[in-house]
Write a protein that binds this ligand. Sequence first.
Ligand code: CP
Length: 338
Amino acid sequence: MAVNLIGRDYITTQEWTKAELETALKLAAELKRKKQKNIPHRLLVDKTVFLFFFDKSTRTRNSFEAGITQLGGHGHFIDASTSQIAHGESPKDMGIILSSYGHGIAIRHDLVPGEGNSYMREVAKYATIPVFNMQCDVDHPFQTLADLMTIREHFGDNLKGKKIAVSWAYAPSYAKPMSVPQGLITLMTRYGMQVTLAHPPEFKLMPDQIELAKKNAAENGGKFEIVDSMEAAFENADVVYPKSWGIMELFGRPEEALKIAANYKKWICDERMMALAKKKAIYMHCLPADRGNEVTDAVIDGPQSMVYPEAENRLHTCKAIMALTMADPKKTRSKKRR
Ligand code: CP
């Protein structure tokens, strides 16, 4: 059955049905093939997407900017700190006004638990064009869709029974958002995977996201468990995804979180750890990775590492979501201005 996604927001993967996600993955694979063969695919000619960043980025910014260019449109990069948002301009005004200028609004607002997701929902409430979550406090849906694409490219579409270890890892660089592990445990459980989450006691994820992962596993024949060591999570895993994140209550005081994290320097993905997973297991990371802390060079540069195909798939999935949602607004715009 054809799925019409024109005008839709993409704020969490959970709000898209599996049929809708499947449509995006199918188009992403097609756009990947076209890009590799230099076949033009200008599906969004003269369309504009506004890219608001409250935080730094390499992959997300560049996959959106390159992606919209390849689709025939244009991306405006906006550093939130140099826009009127910094003077308190409301999400309502932004949603309404930018809807009259362009065709999509993308927002990264990921470092303050309780804020980013609510902020983009407020913009979306008033926008008449799609709103995209480029990473919030809850989810990073462009990342996890690219991760799903990467895992399926490697293992095939049926992931039932495959084990993914989503583990905390030590990183001294900064208190990284919780949205990637949360996005992974909630999405991969929908695909029947056995999801094992591991973290030190202080690094709990949001309780509602844990409950959602449990519910998704129960409804989709998956499994979800929480363990207290990277070793236990890696045991017999097909996919390992060790990465750092901060402490929910301490995002306002990141130096305190980093001090606590320093007690867990042994949470590093090295060859000894990889040996606990299946022989053909793959190593994934959304990047940037703290080399020498979250992961050794031998692993991230080794034969099991998928980080570069994974990062490349950010481009193809991003283009697919934009192409499906931003097309032809006059005929199909489904959202109403309030
Ligand atoms: N993985 C990811 O979102 O990368 P950036 O932070 O560089 O955008």
